[in-house]
Write a protein that binds this ligand. Sequence first.
Ligand SMILES: Cc1ncc(COP(=O)(O)O)c(C=O)c1O
Length: 402
Amino acid sequence: MTFDVAAVRAHFPSLTSGIAHFDGPGGTQTPAVVGQAIAHSLTGPLSNRGRSVVSERNADDAVDGFRSAMADLLGATANGIVYGRSATQITYDFSRTLAKTWNPGDEVVVSQLDHDANVRPWVQAAAAAGVTVRWLRLDPATAELDLTDLDEVVNERTRLVAVTAASNLIGTAPPVARIAARAHEVGALVYVDGVHYTAHRTVDITALGADFFVCSPYKFFGPHCATLAADPALLEELDPDKLLPSTNAVPERFEFGTLPYEMMAGAAAAVDFLAGLTTAEGSRRAQLTAANHVIDEHEQRLRRDIEDGLAALGDRITVHSVAPERTPTLFCTFRDTDAADVSRRLAGRDILAPAGSFYAYEPFRALNLGVDAGLRIGLAPYNDDTDVDRLITTLGEVVSGR
Ligand SMILES: Cc1ncc(COP(=O)(O)O)c(C=O)c1O
């Protein structure tokens, strides 16, 4: 099956702006159906959850629809799906909850490949609990996690391993299943940041070995919110701080205050939109898998075109996204100019590839770039050959001082 990018683009009203968006890793554009689902939910009859009248049922159905969509997307169970405002918020909440079970002498493991949202909450919770933090190191030469000392870093004292499924800075997708297998061997839990990964791969939390998996729908066409997937039986064992009158049921136990039904409806619509990008028959999960396959082929082809275009610019540009297993996200620095300036020049031509370190504080430091920022070129399914041609042509002019 081929991927009809023109047909896909037609679903995104914002693309008529003429901007070539290479900022997908920061958040994608939104298809009309997602906006319509949000408006429909919010302006239709809507009350708090219940089954008595249509307004209550609509709220209830939005919650159920969200949980079942996220479960299909992540290979999870609907009642193991927790809603959250952002991945950062969810991870902070779970770090505090899990830290209640830690004791001095215990250890937690974080990685130098991770966005700070999957580092600092654990480091701070560990400090509060008197627990030691150990690190999986990033090898700047290979852009991969150095796992030669995995069995020593993850050991009998380890209670939790927090690791990304893919880096939002350099795209590296580390061998999460291998890391998780070691963690489980010593009885540790595995918390996986799937925020970047979910936008590019079919997620199967069981195959990954993720006890907890967090992602954010605004990275894959949905509204600005997040979700965590886990085995409901594991969630039953946890004791988050919560209000006395609020339910102790799972997963609601982890969701504070009134849920934003309209965001949940929007996120479910994003999953349906993704599933509809294929003509494949079968369950929504099967359609999502098929859609991801054609999206991946499309994005990888554009990535290769960009890489070839950048290579033709010689040593004036360095691409740091070199791990064999990686998403179509290229992080670049420049010999003769700074990335922020390049980004400004591109923006002047309506090409959005932001410069920065993108909250990937640890990997940015580990790369030893000695510069303030890099340019991130991230692909989304709606990028096309015209976007790529404009990018490469303009970058060529910028780096050659024209
Ligand atoms: C890999 C990764 N993890 C975590 C986050 C934080 O996500 P949120 O904005 O939902 O807190 C981001 C956001 O860019 C990200 O790219």
